[in-house]
Design a binder for this molecule. Structure first.
Ligand SMILES: [Zn+2]
Length: 430
């Protein structure tokens, strides 16, 4: 150890022994309003104290300010917990869909992910669940963010999405002579069980499966089931044994209901969910995670982005139906999450889904809760994220205006803090 550093360490050790509090980094954030997603109410003249990245007190202006604290007064703005998107693909760029994606080398997507991580955080999403990327790129992003090499949200990584041969998570657009063996394809309960273990070994914190066909995959029917009940049950049992939850891509009714019976935790897309699905979801404590914004983007930009014509046909059939299902699921009291499928539309536009959720039946506070407290519950991270509450990370955003009357203000956060560090700050804000 160089002498100067050795002296610094010795000095620090001595000081810690005398006054440990002197080393705590304390930040106090104040704002005229705050959304309390646990109490389901607005709090006025709010004050939040964050010590070493975690919230230590939530109160009101006028409460004690710890000595040495940095005070950030956000004036008339409204504070909210950092938002959570439960369905993103940070390493995907929608401008290169279908065959146009083949022009890039394999690591292009990882670099795209670096830029998208920043965009996502700037958009107010301090936590995301990345449900599928190739080459363990999501794990690389998470590690680089945790090491401070790049800036981005907290990422819950799924690694590869698992699926059957010829299914939505296979590569179906290439001829047999260009067939490539991917590490995420299985065809029996025992093969899927082995894949869960392998993805867990290499960094999966949630398991993603493709239970039915999809919109953007070539050659499959969007509603057709592609994994058997026994395969899904093997995945759910194995993942749960390892302490991981499972997310199932599922559009078709039979695939959704088989997934729910198999014990899958969250159903992604859920376009053709029916009354049986709603009952099963309630009974099992599962949630539906419905990406009801991206239909607008895919239909507007898909053709010029290279999306297969057959995929656009599928989207036209399924998009509107999915929104109607969302409204019915909400009315039936099913737990709904905020998940957008960012990556099939530009990462960073995540908050555009809030207005859709309100348009299709939710109140603003319900939509915000789906993207905070409820999302944290389905990540098993209620000790860390999803609310402005003592003990959780100092992940906060601020918006102009009142998100409880106009949810669109969430599309333009003026302030973003992650773990007590300011990561976005409008000039002249405080
Ligand atoms: Zn997706």
């Amino acid at each position: 150890m160089p002498l100067r550093r050795a002296i610094a360490v010795l000095a620090a050790t001595a000081l810690i022994a005398i006054a440990p509090a002197a080393f705590a980094k304390t930040v106090v954030v104040r704002a005229a309003h705050m959304v309390d997603v646990i109490g389901q109410k607005r709090i006025d003249d709010a004050q939040v104290v964050i010590v070493d990245g975690r919230i230590s007190a939530v109160g009101h202006k006028g409460d004690a300010v710890p000595a040495g604290a940095t005070v950030i007064d956000l004036g008339a703005r409204t504070l909210l917990p950092g938002l959570i998107d439960m369905h993103v693909h940070l390493t995907s760029d929608p401008r290169f869909s279908g065959y146009t994606s083949l022009q890039f080398t394999d690591q292009f997507s990882t670099v795209v992910g670096v830029a998208n991580a920043r965009r996502t955080l700037d958009a107010g999403f301090t936590t995301v669940r990345n449900v599928g990327s190739d080459g363990f790129a999501d794990v690389a992003l998470r590690q680089a963010i945790e090491q401070g090499e790049i800036t981005g949200p907290r990422i819950v990584t799924a690694t590869y999405a698992l699926g059957a041969t010829g299914g939505h998570c296979d590569t179906t657009e290439l001829p047999p002579s260009l067939d490539r063996q991917w590490p995420n394809i299985a065809n029996s309960p025992e093969e899927f069980r082995a894949l869960v273990r392998k993805m867990h070994k290499y960094g999966a914190q949630v398991i993603k499966i493709c239970a039915t066909g999809g919109v953007l995959s070539k050659g499959d029917a969007v509603g057709a089931q592609q994994m058997t009940f026994d395969e899904m049950k093997a995945v759910a049992d194995e993942a749960h044994m390892l302490g991981l939850r499972v997310a199932a891509h599922a559009h078709g009714t039979e695939g959704i209901n088989s997934a729910l019976r198999a014990g899958i935790d969250t159903i992604e897309h859920a376009s053709l969910a029916d009354d049986t699905s709603f009952r099963l979801a309630r009974e099992k404590g599962a949630a539906l995670d419905m990406d009801i914004y991206d239909d607008d983007y895919i239909l507007a930009e898909g053709a010029s982005n290279g999306v297969f014509p057959e995929s656009l046909d599928k989207e036209r059939v399924i998009g509107r139906k999915q929104r109607e299902t969302f409204r019915a699921a909400h009315a039936a009291g099913v737990t709904l999450l905020f998940g957008t499928d960012a990556g099939v539309y530009p990462n960073g536009d995540n908050a555009r889904q809030f207005a859709k959720m309100v348009e299709w039946g939710m109140t603003p506070i319900e939509a915000i809760t789906a993207a905070t407290a409820t999302a944290a519950k389905y990540l098993d991270r209620t000790a860390d994220v999803g609310a402005i509450a003592t003990g959780r990370y100092g992940d906060l955003i601020a918006v102009e205006g009142d998100p409880l009357t106009d949810v669109r203000v969430l599309e333009h956060p003026v302030f973003v803090m992650k773990g007590g560090e300011v990561v976005k700050d409008a000039p002249g804000l405080h």
